[in-house]
Design a protein around this ligand. Structure first.
Ligand SMILES: *[C@@H]1O[C@H](CO)[C@@H](O)[C@H](O)[C@H]1NC(C)=O
Length: 124
């Protein structure tokens, strides 16, 4: 079967478009999630009080980066594993963080969160 020049051109455009679009479609990485919340760790290890502005900014940034349901699900998994990995965190302080920053997160950030239970297309 001969490939027509028109088909070859279209195929070429499609391949280039896929290559160009690929980085934008990349899932939210755990590194991004952790660095967004780095400013919250000292607060989460403290005995409460005022949430640092930088921490709330990080939470809001994360919330705005997690646009798709898959991003939100990935973010949940990253938060869950970070909550389990970082020692000395006061989990009740962490659970209250999104609310204190005015961000609505449907799940509790905790090592025991079941990230598969939530419908991320409806929430946030
Ligand atoms: C966590 O923080 C809350 C609110 O400040 C406090 O009442 C609680 O005792 C803390 N828990 C731990 C384990 O430090």
């Amino acid at each position: 079967m001969a490939i027509s020049p028109t088909f070859a051109k279209i195929a070429c455009v499609v391949v280039v478009a896929m290559v160009v679009a690929a980085p934008a479609a990349e899932a939210l990485s755990c590194g991004t999630v952790s660095s967004s919340l780095a400013q919250c760790i000292a607060y989460a290890r403290s005995s409460g009080g005022t949430v640092p502005t930088a921490c709330c900014n990080g939470i809001r940034t994360l919330n705005s980066l997690a646009k798709t349901s898959q991003d939100r699900k990935d973010a949940c998994a990253c938060l869950k594993s970070a909550a389990g990995r970082i020692s000395g965190l006061n989990l009740s302080l962490i659970a209250g963080l999104p609310g204190k920053c005015g961000v609505n997160i449907p799940y509790k950030i905790s090592p025991s969160t079941d990230c598969s239970k939530y419908d991320y297309s409806l929430l946030f």
